[in-house]
Design a binder for this molecule. Sequence first.
Ligand SMILES: C[S@@+](CC[C@H](N)C(=O)[O-])C[C@H]1O[C@@H](n2cnc3c(N)ncnc32)[C@H](O)[C@@H]1O
Length: 281
Amino acid sequence: MTLSAADFAFVSALVRREAAIVLAPGKEYLVEARLIPVARQVGAASVAEFLANMQRRPNSEDQRRIIDALTTNETSWFRDREPFSALTDVVLPELVRSRGTNRKLRLWSAASSSGQEAYSLAITLQENLPTGWSYEIMGSDISTEMVKRAEAAEYSQVEVNRGLPATQLVQYFERAGAHWRITPALRRNVSFKLMNLTAPLPALPPFDVIFLRNVLIYFDVATKKSVLRNVARLLRPDGWLFLGAAETTIGIDDNYERVAAGRTSAYRVRSAVPAGTARKG
Ligand SMILES: C[S@@+](CC[C@H](N)C(=O)[O-])C[C@H]1O[C@@H](n2cnc3c(N)ncnc32)[C@H](O)[C@@H]1O
């Protein structure tokens, strides 16, 4: 059975209001498929019954379940590779030159899903920062379930097979029954927060590098614009922003300039782009 038009409208309005996620008409099957396990979990006979109960007695717990179910949490280790190579080859050498006084870097994985991106950043820094340097990585996500998973730092064999080289599996993970757990030494520098990027962002010390990857695609243009503006406030003036391969600031926020970073592109706040940096658009 497919969701009724009224139920689809109810769910779309809820995820739009709470997470700015746009569910285009035609996604009824997707919504129903994602909500079937939720309905089962709360003991409802069907998705329709679950939604009817919720509309009669709105509550934040069911709302959270719906948002968790409708966010797309697809991720992998060192996703797309190039942003991580750019970090190693271009960004870290520049930051090491310019942050010689305090020797500490702060990075943000701004839609961290189950944590692979944040821990991939930690591995990259662990292997490429000179001795005597330290770093902090913050991951954040709107999904309570994903934040819990990222904090638990435990991954199945199938998950570690997605992009993690064997040498790094051996070095940064320990066995946890049938799963793999990130070592305490790597976890020490990584923390996670529940955060809605489309709500006012908390006041935090600024970041040197922000990975805001594969999340803007779910938002409409006005929301992308406001997220990019808010994120710019948490980026150091000479910091670096990385977006997903299908995402850009171009035509959305002129405060950013796209620059070459190794074989990929990154974004920097316009006034901070040093003369002579290759411009890509
Ligand atoms: C496709 S995953 C991307 C994960 C990772 N950045 C990567 O590129 O592999 C998108 C993540 O964005 C999160 N998300 C969706 N809407 C959000 C919002 N309004 N605020 C914060 N996170 C959000 C989802 O929960 C999901 O974990």
